[in-house]
Design a protein around this ligand. Structure first.
Ligand SMILES: Cc1cc2nc3c(=O)[nH]c(=O)nc-3n(C[C@H](O)[C@H](O)[C@H](O)COP(=O)(O)OP(=O)(O)OC[C@H]3O[C@@H](n4cnc5c(N)ncnc54)[C@H](O)[C@@H]3O)c2cc1C
Length: 473
């Protein structure tokens, strides 16, 4: 019987659990489902969808070399999928379906419903854990609980890796020709055909491997010193590739460990710090998998529901458009709008300003990020926003409020990043650029005045959070 490999955010052939097991069991067809209605419901950014589908085109070429045809169907929302999948399996004489697990609540529901529907019709379903280093739920505290503190989670990961090193799968071998042609025409209406995006974000598995190699060669060892300076462009920028699975996280881990003589918890500080970022990714994926409410806009901590979040449309608009009057924030928001990506330090600065100084509802910021990020990932985005809003597990303490001006002076000391994205401020000197203050500066540049007073808005946030926290007692 034929095997069906259902591709989702795992658009690669190397170290791909479901592909490996499907091809071992018999002649395999691959499937991709276009779900525009669901993409809208999930706030998927146009740039992310374009990157994903361009990567799918590349994957189809690679699958062709393996004689695995790619079938593309359209099913607007996932509700209708169980029946569509069953019809497809019957049409192509499929005996088993294979896919890699995804951890959002809708994704889990979709997979459960599809699995049950197919199994009831006698089709086998094989689910694989693939997007994490460890199966969510398999790492527990001594009390059998999910880890809520990152450092303890990291130590448990290290311990596991010392006793059971990661292994990766052998490269797939071509199967006999199936005589079935790949069908890619259905992708056309959803491709953006944007030359700038294609230049900025080359799609596909091969480009992602090249990027990983370049990063390991040039920036990995200095990662710890340079990662917080947005003008340096020295982080890996692999987040879009990881979000749609062009590389497995195991491959990233192993490549970095190789660069560190086999060590992951000692040796090069740059390597250890970068691997720790991969563990933050892992931590948030596990949290999402084990806490369905995180997919539903709920805060991890109860205090999140007691904070009187604001929804001021004017302030929201100013933040979204990069018109807050704080140059580092505005430069970051314009980087996001222009490239679909934002540096991690800046994600923290803009999100904390949003949730603390403006007291705007963190879900509005989370949503805007999702709608514009090329690497939009529910687990990481939700985790990042809840961290900044001090409502997540192991989040920033509520009284920690980044000052966007001192952050700017510290992490963009010469204003290089600000000048790149706010040319209207390029004429200011290295001191003025962090907060243009005089009427003359503003008049010359048409740049808005600061939208809030940092000192009083910080004090207001701390008071509000304190009061919300006390309400538990
Ligand atoms: C408010 C907020 C929202 C965020 N939204 C997302 C998102 O939607 N998608 C996303 O992939 N990351 C998100 N992050 C995490 C982080 O900012 C990005 O992963 C990182 O900036 C991507 O750049 P890079 O690939 O160069 O990272 P590198 O510094 O090279 O790190 C390597 C990889 O580790 C992972 N990683 C790094 N930092 C984190 C982190 N703090 N949390 C989880 N994973 C991490 C990413 O997969 C990243 O590609 C968010 C962070 C914040 C504060």
């Amino acid at each position: 019987m034929r095997q069906l490999l259902w591709l989702r955010n795992d658009l690669r052939t190397t170290d791909h659990s479901a592909l490996h097991h499907a091809m071992q069991q018999g002649p395999t067809l691959a499937l991709y489902v276009l779900s525009p209605g669901q993409w809208t419901l999930h706030d998927d950014a146009t740039i992310k969808l374009d990157f994903r589908l361009r990567s799918l085109q590349k994957l189809a070429e690679r699958l062709q070399q393996l004689n695995v045809p790619l079938i593309v169907i359209q099913c607007d929302v996932w509700r209708a999928l169980p029946q569509r999948l069953l019809e497809l399996c019957q049409h192509w004489h499929i005996g088993s379906l294979h896919f890699n697990d995804e951890y959002g609540v809708n994704e889990q529901l979709r997979d459960r419903q599809c699995s049950e529907h197919l199994q009831a019709a006698g089709i086998q379903v094989h689910r694989h854990g693939d997007s994490c280093l460890f199966t969510p739920g398999s790492l527990r505290t001594q009390q059998g609980q999910m880890f809520q503190v990152f450092t303890a989670f990291k130590k448990a990961c290290w311990q596991r890796l010392h006793t059971a090193p990661l292994s990766s799968l052998p490269p797939p071998l071509a199967q006999a020709a199936t005589g079935i042609a790949s069908q890619l025409d259905a992708l056309q209406p959803y491709l953006a055909h944007n030359a700038e995006w294609e230049r900025l974000w080359p799609a596909g598995e091969a480009a992602a491997w090249q990027q990983l190699e370049d990063f390991c060669q040039y920036d990995l060892y200095n990662y710890q010193q340079e990662r917080d300076f947005p003008a340096l462009d020295s982080t890996s920028r692999l987040s879009p590739a990881l979000a749609c699975g062009l590389l497995s996280v195991r491959s990233c881990w192993q490549r970095a460990v190789l660069a560190n003589q086999g060590e992951f918890d000692s040796g090069s500080e740059g390597v250890v710090t970068w691997l720790t970022e991969l563990l933050w990714r892992e931590f948030y994926q596990h949290l999402l998998a084990l806490n369905p409410r995180l997919s539903k806009g709920e805060a991890f901590l109860a205090v999140g529901a007691r904070i009187p979040w604001h929804t001021n449309a004017e302030q929201l608009h100013a933040w979204q458009q990069g018109q807050t009057g704080f140059p580092l924030i505005d430069a970051a928001m314009r980087q996001l709008a222009a490239t679909g990506w934002m540096h991690n330090r800046l994600r923290m600065v803009v999100a904390m300003f949003f949730c603390k100084n403006l007291l705007l509802d963190w879900r509005l910021g989370e949503r805007w990020f999702m709608q514009h990020l090329i690497d939009g990932d529910l687990a990481a985005n939700n985790g990042g926003w809840q961290w900044c809003a001090s409502i997540g597990t192991d989040a920033a303490p509520y009284f920690r409020v980044f000052n966007p001006v001192t952050q700017s002076q510290r992490f963009d000391p010469k204003g290089d990043f600000i000048r790149r994205w706010l040319p209207e401020l390029a004429h200011l000197d290295d001191r003025q650029i962090h907060l243009p203050q005089t009427g003359k500066d503003l008049f010359a540049s048409h740049y808005p005045a600061a939208m809030v007073d940092l000192k009083s808005s910080r004090a207001r946030a701390i008071a509000v959070f304190k009061q919300a926290g006390q309400a538990t007692v």
